[in-house]
Design a protein around this ligand. Structure first.
Ligand code: CMP
Length: 140
């Protein structure tokens, strides 16, 4: 069993896609073991995306991620990190495969509706960024 952090980005919240996005993950057998809606400050968004601090899109990405509420959740399942990334599709919705969340709903590279952890190390850090141990209600 593995855990991963998923965020529904402000463009998903604005277009009332919370339920649809969660349904897609649930239909694939992933369990929601923690869930919250929050509005990140610019500083929090910068801290969350600190690994991208030297990338040209860092300022714009963190402005965007602090521009409106996000929904953060922890999904649990076998190979959850890799499966969630497959279900989300490529970062750029134009390159994402048919049926993926970003192909269905993503607007562009930045407003791509969902974020998912890219490795066990980032999953651990990102889960701890949003949740404390007592908020994680394992399905097992
Ligand atoms: P996410 O999975 O949230 O992780 C980092 C984010 O940076 C990524 O999704 C994109 O939204 C964003 N991103 C990556 N590459 C670019 C880019 N070239 N231009 C703008 N945003 C990008």
């Amino acid at each position: 069993m593995e855990r991963t952090l998923v965020m529904i980005k402000p463009d998903g919240i604005e277009r009332n896609l919370i339920g649809k996005v969660i349904s897609i993950f649930e239909e694939k057998g992933l369990k929601v073991i923690a869930l919250k809606k929050v509005k990140l400050s610019k500083e929090q968004a910068k801290a969350f995306y600190i690994v991208h601090k030297d990338r040209p899109f860092y300022e714009s990405l963190t402005d965007y991620m602090s521009s409106g509420p996000v929904v953060a959740m922890v999904l649990e399942g076998e190979n959850a990190i890799k499966r969630v990334r497959e279900i989300m599709g490529a970062t750029d919705p134009k390159e994402a495969e048919e049926g993926t969340i970003r192909k269905l709903f993503g607007l562009n590279k930045e407003k791509n509706t969902v974020h998912g952890s890219d490795s066990p190390e980032s999953a651990y850090k990102e889960i701890n960024f949003f949740f404390s141990e007592f908020e994680l209600i394992s399905a097992e």
